[in-house]
Design a protein around this ligand. Structure first.
Ligand SMILES: [Zn+2]
Length: 372
């Protein structure tokens, strides 16, 4: 070899090595990230017909409530991530004059959809749970209201007396394309199941007696989750319209979340019913709770207050090895629509407001006519 040219060749080789090495790091980095999926689960719960940021009793704007506000948080939370799902945890039809006006005065017009469910379609919820208050206006009204809803309506523990079968769809397996950290696509099969307190038979005796029965939540969960797994679900999410308590277990507990977290196949729990916020100080005495991560017994749990005042978020980190998905880690949190002084921190979703405005204005007019 020409000795004069050797240094030149060495420089070229060094340059080549330098130019290669960062990209080989990048390749290794990408390999480590492939098969890791960040999945965000969003929750609204106990909306109680609070679609608009309005107090019908005092006939004035109230920015501490209203899905038109939470909707902005939903859009923001979706835009921050590649993969997300949105669920409602029940008790969405009754609880304010708009709900009352539609159920008891005006009714649902033929071919029209209840504004709560119109809002759910607009925001593209992936599935919803039925809560105990959905029975307050009777089963016929609920059936009529649900017409035109574009998503699964879930509950596993309310059974039809006549058919001895679940009254609603007990669970679904949603198939969703998800993108992992390296940008590769995977199909994820997400089992979703709904529950509510058995006390409905007491609270809504007149509407429900002889028509439906309610089975204990935890026993029902234990019966169904192996079936959902056997059908191919990679993960299971519980839409648990029930509260959080670590009191000794009784089958008819109204607050079953703590015991649902102990069922191995359940990966995430959306709680509700008690209008509280989890993670949050109200639950600091609950055993085996990691308030920082929002976990109970190591399982992610979230409860998003009520009336749309919070959005619930569970961020799951999943990994796939040899075709099997596993939850690596999770963080639960809630985002409020107002700050600690009650000042609005989010804009109103104008599209949603426009969509529910007719019934909102009818309700306001009706109240005015009553002279309340
Ligand atoms: Zn409830």
């Amino acid at each position: 070899m020409d000795k004069k040219r050797l240094p030149f060749i060495l420089i070229l080789l060094t340059l080549f090595w330098l130019s290669c090495s960062p990209s080989s790091d990048a390749v290794e980095g990408t390999a480590a990230q492939s098969g890791i999926v960040d999945l965000r689960i969003l929750e609204t719960t106990d909306l109680h017909a609070s679609l608009v940021n309005y107090d019908y009793y005092q006939t004035k704007v109230d920015n501490r409530i209203g899905l038109v506000k939470t909707a902005t948080l939903i859009h923001e939370a979706r835009n921050e991530v590649k993969n997300s799902l949105l669920f409602d945890d029940g008790d969405h039809l009754k609880g304010n004059p708009l709900g009352e006006y539609l159920a008891r005065i005006r009714g649902i017009r033929k071919g029209k959809i209840h504004p709560v469910y119109r809002a759910f379609n607009y925001l593209q919820y992936d599935a919803i749970a039925i809560g105990n208050h959905e029975f307050n206006y009777g089963l016929d009204f609920l059936k009529a209201a649900l017409k035109g809803l574009n998503m699964p309506v879930l509950n596993a523990n309310v059974y039809s007396v006549k058919k001895n079968k679940p009254y609603f769809t007990p669970y679904v397996i949603l198939k969703r394309k998800v993108v992992d950290r390296s940008g590769a696509q995977h199909e994820l099969k997400i089992g979703v199941i709904g529950f509510m307190p058995t006390q409905i038979l007491k609270w809504d005796k007149a509407n429900l007696e002889g028509k439906v029965i309610a089975k204990p939540i935890v026993e029902t969960a234990k019966e169904y989750v192996p079936m959902i797994k056997a059908e191919g679900a990679d993960i299971i999410i519980a839409l648990a319209h029930t509260g959080i308590s670590s009191e000794p277990y009784i089958p008819d507990t109204e607050n079953a979340v703590y015991y649902l977290t102990k069922i191995p196949e359940i990966d995430a729990i959306l709680a509700g019913h008690s209008h509280s916020v989890f993670p949050g100080p109200v639950f600091k005495t609950i055993a085996n709770t990691n308030m920082e991560r929002g976990q109970i017994n190591g399982k992610p749990v979230v409860m998003a207050g009520a009336f749309g005042n919070h959005l619930g978020i569970i961020d799951l980190q999943l990994s796939i090895t040899e075709g099997k998905w596993k939850v690596l880690n999770s963080t639960s949190l809630t985002r409020p629509i107002v700050d600690e002084n009650g000042k609005s921190v989010v804009r109103t979703n104008k599209g949603l407001y426009k969509l529910v405005k007719p019934e909102h204005e009818e309700t306001v007019d009706f109240i005015k006519k009553l002279g309340l």
